[in-house]
Write a protein that binds this ligand. Sequence first.
Ligand SMILES: O=C(O)CCC(=O)C(=O)O
Ligand SMILES: [Fe+2]
Length: 502
Amino acid sequence: NFVKDYDTEYYSSSVQGLLKLLEVEDELVINLTGFADALQKKLETLQMTIDSAAHATEKGREEYISNPMRALGLIRRLRQDWPQLEIFTKAEVGKDQLETMTTLLDIVPTNEDMDASLLGISRIELTYDLNPMDVAEGRLRDMQFNTTFNTRDCLAIANHKYEIGDYARALIWYRIALKRQPEPNTELFGQPLDDAVRQNLFKTHMLLAMQILQASMNPEEAHEKVNDIFKTLSSTDLDSYVNELLNQDDDQLFMELQSMQPIATPEFVGCRGHFPKRHNLSCRYNFTTTPFLRLAPLKLEEINHDPYVVMYHNVIYDSEIEEMKRLSPQMQNGYIHGYKANQTKVTDIAARVNWLVENTPFLERMNQRITDMTGFDLKEFPSVQVANFGIGNNFEAHYDYIFGKRVRKEDVGDLGDRLASIIFYSSDVPLGGATVFPDIQVAVQPQKGNSLLWYNLFDDGTPDPRSLHSVCPVVVGSRWTLTKWLHTSPQMFIKRCTRPVK
Ligand SMILES: O=C(O)CCC(=O)C(=O)O
Ligand SMILES: [Fe+2]
């Protein structure tokens, strides 16, 4: 039932993948319940035997056994029942369940997949300038969840940051892990490593200090130096050092962390919703692109005048979104950051995608809608792409035109360059996941049913670099999109081709 394709399937790169994992854990729980039931049954049988073999106390023992029923009973039980009981006691419990467990554990995420997920959390923290202490408590920007990271989650995050050299944030995450109450079943997972964590906290603080004071020192040298210092440290020294770190003021620490962060890129500013507000934009009905629109005009919202960016409202219906997902049960790695000649690493994957190429009523409807929106001819290239992002995944800034890190000349053939792009937002994204145009200071939050349309080329077909765009890390939500790229060649008798007035 659960077969994992190791070469291509990473669970973390889409919410669709996470859903599959959820099923795997459900199966594990059902299976473990079966195991526990078998164990329970055995325990009950054993308990019954124990109870029925309970003897009289020391005092009346001679009298107790001077009784023909008890005398025979004792001899018979020891001769017949106990050997049987030995076999029963030794028999393996839940053999089937143990085998199933092994099979299921064969398809759990790889380390790479887990690293990608941890990197996603880092990306969220950094992009949205979140305080780790809020993140750990389930406070994400203005949302408060009733789920939190547990101690081992916090530790995994801290270790990851340590490994990628983000000592400032690692320090805070180690503190969080150490300040948590120990969990009840920790012995199952090995000790909560209190000592090891305290040592890591110390080392992290040392490494951070070196990073600040001696930025030129290479990482290996720094690690060596810290290990040397650590060796000379007595356990009482370590304790007082660590306790001091733990007693530092939380807010003070976060302020120090912020002062160490790189300055916000335009993309970060956009993702945080800090681009200046626009005033000279309007909304209107489009009655005119095709005759059909006289009957059913489309709602158009201006997003930017030059270059032209607009949002159409209510142009993909819930039923169509369901159909789109039905047509995409199994997706491929897609939205790869940059060109990757060699094998794709999971951390390069922003989302999983599926090209819909086969002619279906769904595809016809969507293409007709795009024609109504744009007036363009889509017969030569009817395909559309479906995408589903992973949590914490972003799509780095790129151009959709040829050589824009996205598409090569051989990919488009006779169709010509990608003149315009249309993204149908097929889900709401409660937090994060905006489409951002850093050069023109536009950030658009996905809204289920809407679509964003923009041009990548000037009217003469030359690239318009202002079309640079990216997708902000998804914080909460399953971000589904349907994307259409409109190529130039089929539009040669439709689109005017003058050089714009500069
Ligand atoms: O999903 C988005 O908002 C943009 C996706 C994108 O840039 C692309 O598909 O080229
Ligand atoms: Fe794009």
